[in-house]
Design a protein around this ligand. Structure first.
Ligand code: HEM
Length: 460
C-alpha cells in the first residue's frame, strides 16, 4: 500500500478529472461505488488505497481530494508541515454545527489559546484522579456484566458508553454532575446522528426539513444543559488548583459560549472514542482465547488470582504492559477516529504529488494501520507487536500526530487500561449468540445494532 517516495510517474488516466498527479478512480467508478460507499465508507477507502496506492486522487476538478495511506505522506501533513493544513473540511464543518468553535474544529490563535488553558486537565497529577474515577466506573460496569453462576450476555457497546460517560463527566466539571452530564451526552449523541444522516442525504442542509428542526432542538438542549453546568460552577468558588475543564476556563476568564463549545467538544471527542476502543477490545479478546489467556496471566500476576484479586490502581499501570499492548493493537485494528481530514492552506508537495492550496486531504487511519509492509499479517490480532517494541513514530496514528495530537491520549489510555483490568481480572469474555455485527463508520467506529458478548466467571 505504501507509495514509492519521489516524483510519481504520470500522466494518469484520471488526469482530466483532477489537478493532482496521482492515480485514482474515474467519475463513473465513483458513481458505481455509491452503494458501497453508503454501506461502508471505511471499506471503500481501504479498497481504493489498496488498488491505487498510498496517495490517491479522487475525480473532483474543483476541490482536489487526496486520500493518503502512505506513512511518509501522512507524517508530512500531520507533523512536518502541520501548519499548512487546517480544519476547514466538510467533516469538521459538519461537526462544528454541534460543537461550535472548540479544540477539534478551530485553528490558529483561538486553538492555541484554548489548548494552553485546558492542558492542565491532562497533566500527570490530574490523571491520578481520573484513575480513581475509571476504577469506580469499572465497578459499576462489573455489576452490569455480573456473570452469575451460569454466565451472562451483555450488550457491550451500551455498557462501555455508560462507563466512559462517568469518567468524562469528572474531566468536564468537578462537581458531581453525573445526571447533567448524562443529559448532555444524550443530546450530543442525538445531534451527531442527525449531522451524519444529513451529510449522507442528497437534500441540501439549508432546507427546512424535519431533521433540520430536530437538529436545532438538540442543539438548543445542549446549549441549555451547558448553561446550567457553567452556572453551577460559576456559583461555587473555583479553587486555585482546580483541574476540571470548566474550572480551568473560568479561571482563565473564558466566556460562556467558549466554555459551551469546549464542553461539547470534549463530550464528542472523549466519550464515544473510549467506549468504541473498549467495545472492540472486548470483541477481539472474545474471538482470541489464547490472547485473552495471556492477558489473564498478567492480571493474575499483578492483581492476584481470580478468586482473590483486587481492584487495579494508578500504581499498577506500569506493571500492566500486556493489557496496554492489547489496547494498542485493538486501536490499530479499530481506530475510533477512522479518518482524519485537513485542507491545505498553501501549495505543498506530498508523496511526490504537488498539492495546491484548498486540497482536501483524507488520512484513513483504518487503511494505514493495515499496510502489510508495516504490519505483517495486518488482519491478525497480535498484541505482541507492541510488547517491548519502541513506540512507533510512523504508520500508527490512532490519536493523530504532531501539534494536533489528541489532548486526551494519556487520559484515554489510563482509563482504558484500568477499566479493562478491573473488568477482566476474574472473568472471561466470549462471543455472544447471533451474527457478528457490521462495523459502522460514523463519527467513530461502532458495531451496527450493538454487540452482544458473554461474560463468565474465571475459576479461582
Ligand atoms: C481511545 C480514545 C481516543 C481516540 C482514539 C482519540 C483520537 C483522536 C484523534 C485521532 C485526534 C486528532 C484528530 C485530528 O488530528 O484531526 C484527537 C483529537 C482530540 N481529542 Fe481525542 N481520542 C480519544 C480520546 C480522547 C479523550 C478521552 C479526550 C478528552 C477527554 C479527547 C479529546 C480530544 C480533543 C479535545 C482533540 C482535539 C485536539 C486539538 O486539536 O488540539 N480524546 N483525538
Amino acid at each position: 500500500m505504501s507509495a514509492p517516495s519521489g516524483p510519481v510517474p504520470g500522466p494518469f488516466r484520471n488526469a482530466r478529472y483532477t489537478p493532482l498527479a496521482a492515480d485514482g478512480p474515474l467519475p463513473w467508478d465513483m458513481v458505481r461505488a455509491v452503494p458501497a460507499i453508503r454501506r461502508s465508507p471505511v471499506d471503500f477507502l481501504t479498497r481504493t488505497a489498496a488498488r491505487y496506492g498510498g496517495a490517491v486522487a479522487f475525480p473532483l476538478p474543483r476541490t482536489p481530494v487526496l486520500l493518503l495511506t502512505d506513512p511518509a505522506a501522512v507524517r508530512r501533513v500531520l507533523v512536518e508541515n502541520a501548519r499548512n493544513y487546517g480544519r476547514a473540511t466538510l467533516q469538521y464543518k459538519a461537526l462544528a454545527t454541534v460543537t461550535g468553535q472548540g479544540l477539534l474544529t478551530s485553528d490558529g490563535a483561538p486553538w492555541r489559546t484554548h489548548r494552553r488553558i485546558v492542558q492542565p486537565a491532562f497533566h500527570h497529577s490530574a490523571l491520578d484522579g481520573i484513575a480513581e474515577q475509571a476504577v469506580a466506573a469499572a465497578r459499576r460496569l462489573r455489576r452490569t456484566t455480573d456473570p452469575g453462576p451460569r454466565g451472562t450476555e451483555v450488550e457491550v457497546a451500551e455498557a462501555t458508553a455508560r462507563a466512559t460517560l462517568e469518567v468524562i463527566g469528572r474531566t468536564l466539571a468537578e462537581a458531581d454532575l453525573r445526571g447533567v452530564a448524562e443529559q448532555l451526552v444524550d443530546a450530543v449523541g442525538r445531534a451527531l446522528e442527525l449531522v451524519v444522516a444529513r451529510a449522507q442525504s442528497p437534500v441540501p442542509g439549508t432546507w427546512p426539513t424535519p431533521s433540520r428542526r430536530r437538529l436545532r432542538a438538540a442543539v438548543a438542549e445542549i446549549d441549555a444543559v451547558c448553561a446550567r453546568i457553567v452556572a453551577v460552577r460559576r456559583a461555587a468558588t473555583v479553587a486555585e488548583d482546580a483541574t476540571d475543564l470548566v474550572g480551568l476556563m473560568l479561571r482563565a476568564g473564558s466566556g460562556d459560549e467558549e466554555i459551551r463549545d469546549e464542553l461539547v467538544t470534549f463530550v464528542v471527542a472523549g466519550h464515544e472514542t473510549v467506549a468504541s476502543c473498549l467495545t472492540w477490545t472486548l470483541d477481539l479478546l472474545a474471538r482470541h482465547p489464547a490472547e485473552q489467556a495471556a492477558l489473564h496471566a498478567e492480571l493474575a500476576d499483578v492483581l492476584g488470582a481470580p478468586g482473590e484479586s483486587r481492584e487495579p490502581t494508578w500504581d499498577d499501570l506500569a506493571r500492566l504492559p500486556r493489557t496496554r499492548a492489547v489496547l494498542d493493537e485493538a486501536l490499530r485494528l479499530y481506530p475510533p477516529a477512522w479518518v482524519i481530514t485537513r485542507t491545505s492552506l498553501a501549495p505543498d508537495t506530498v508523496a511526490g504529488v504537488d498539492v495546491p492550496a484548498g486540497t482536501l486531504v483524507i488520512v484513513c487511519t483504518w487503511a494505514l494501520h493495515r499496510d502489510p509492509e508495516l504490519w505483517p499479517e495486518p488482519e491478525t490480532f497480535r498484541p505482541e507487536r507492541f510488547l517491548g517494541a519502541p513506540r512507533r513514530e510512523v504508520g500508527y496514528v490512532p490519536f493523530g500526530a504532531g501539534p494536533r495530537l489528541c489532548i486526551g491520549r494519556d487520559l484515554a489510555l489510563v482509563e482504558a487500561v484500568l477499566v479493562l483490568a478491573a473488568l477482566l481480572r476474574d472473568r472471561r469474555v466470549r462471543p455472544g449468540t447471533g451474527p457478528r455485527p457490521r462495523v459502522e463508520s460514523l463519527v467513530t467506529l461502532r458495531p451496527a445494532g450493538g454487540l452482544r458478548l458473554r461474560f463468565e466467571t474465571l475459576p479461582g
